[in-house]
Design a protein around this ligand. Structure first.
Ligand code: ZN
Length: 155
């Protein structure tokens, strides 16, 4: 009997200890969960912070790009209004003078245009301007006749 009671007391103590153990384990589990939640929240805060600072940087860059484009446009405008521009075109060279400079009188009312002098046909006693070049000799010619005449002269 005595032994039995003793045994029961031991049993109770054992159960108590197990309860305590499991309570402690539960508390630890909750602490670990809480810590995990907190570190997750911290990570999210960090990412959001980085996002917002990245956004700020992007906005800064965009603003700077717009500023640069504006500066470029202003510079181009200034250059266009203060320089003489030579544009080589198929119909000749066009010279553009800035408005505030004033045109030299010879350029009044018409664009300056002077096509380069056209080379004359190399045919003997031919005064025509050339139309094509002989692909081999690069001699300027106006017609097949002049080409043949040149050939005859050469041989
Ligand atoms: Zn000719």
């Amino acid at each position: 009997m005595d032994y039995h009671l003793h045994h029961q007391k031991d049993k109770l103590t054992e159960i108590e200890q197990q309860l305590k153990k499991s309570e402690a384990a539960e508390r630890r589990r909750l602490q670990v969960e809480k810590a995990a939640r907190e570190s997750e929240a911290e990570a999210i805060r960090k990412i959001r912070g980085q996002d917002s600072s990245r956004k700020k940087q992007e906005e800064k860059m965009k603003k700077r790009l717009v500023e640069l484009a504006q500066e470029k446009a202003v510079t181009a405008q200034m250059l266009a209004s203060s320089t003489i521009r030579w544009v080589m075109g198929p119909s000749g060279t066009v010279v553009t003078f800035p408005k505030d400079m004033g045109l030299p009188s010879i350029f009044d009312s018409k664009p300056c245009s002077y096509p380069p002098p056209r080379e004359k046909c190399a045919g003997p006693s031919c005064t025509n301007p050339y139309r094509y070049r002989d692909s081999k000799s690069k001699i300027p010619l106006c017609s097949l006749q002049c080409y043949k005449a040149m050939e005859q002269e050469a041989s």
